[in-house]
Design a protein around this ligand. Structure first.
Ligand SMILES: [Mg+2]
Length: 249
């Protein structure tokens, strides 16, 4: 079965945090936005910085627990609402969702930049006839993520973007990969996965029957053997599976 699509992880595969500000700067920006949000709502909060921090820590803890557990995406607005309630700030779930959106620190602000050869490689793959998609674990989806892609120069008119928080499952859960495959109308063997996590990207894809290419990183799983290993994104163009598929097209 020829390969028709290439699915990509994003973090440390297509972009990375090159000039990330120190954590204190992240917290300062989030605190500033939290204060503005609460002021605009006339909500009582003695310490907006503590509220932003508590919500952020709570959603990170929830994501860590889900990654180590059932791989079902937590209800982040609910998690944030509970964290706010513990500080005596009444936010219902909808307001908590808006609060999280308000304190978001964008990819560009966080120093996220695409690897220099990422966009040219995506274009070259498209010229070979492959459809291109994203399969990513992240707590912020929607316009936030699309804007981050644009700002990083990775807005290439993707054929599918499967974000864990939108689909409800985290990689390596098969449902996130399936969401992308279903949107493309492809069987697992007709797509390959590219990512830097052996546990999430490589093992997750292979379990479904998708070949997977690993962008060499600190190994996060034992006994996982990628179908292809590379250091620079452009090396993907040398993967026999992708050259092969271009020829049968
Ligand atoms: Mg990654």
């Amino acid at each position: 079965m020829p390969v028709r699509a290439v699915l990509f992880d994003v973090g440390d595969t297509l972009w990375h945090a090159a000039g990330a500000p120190p954590p204190a700067e992240f917290r300062r920006r989030a605190a500033e936005r939290a204060a503005a949000f609460l002021r605009a709502r006339g909500l009582p909060a003695a310490d907006p910085a503590a509220l932003a921090r508590a919500c952020w820590d709570a959603i990170e803890a929830a994501m860590r627990a889900a990654r180590a557990g059932d791989l079902i995406e937590p209800d982040y607005p609910r998690v944030a609402a509970d964290a706010a309630a513990a500080l005596g700030v009444p936010l219902d779930r909808a307001a908590a969702a808006e609060f999280l959106d308000a304190i978001y620190v964008s990819g560009a602000e966080g120093g996220k930049v695409a690897y220099p050869d990422a966009r040219p490689t995506l274009k070259a793959l498209r010229e070979r006839g492959f459809r291109l998609g994203i399969v990513t674990n992240r707590a912020f989806g929607g316009e936030r993520f699309r804007a981050d892609l644009r700002e990083a120069g990775l807005d290439i008119d993707w054929d599918v973007i499967a974000v864990s928080v939108e689909v409800g499952y985290l990689k390596p859960h098969p449902s996130l990969f399936r969401a992308a495959l279903d949107a493309l109308g492809l069987a697992p063997a007709e797509a390959v996965m590219v990512g830097n996590s052996l546990a999430e990207d490589i093992a997750g894809a292979q379990r479904l029957g998708m070949p997977a290419a690993w962008k060499r990183s600190a190994a996060d799983a034992d006994g996982v053997v990628p179908d292809f290993t590379f250091d620079r994104v452009s090396e993907l163009l040398d993967w026999s599976l992708l050259a092969e598929a271009a020829r049968v097209r």
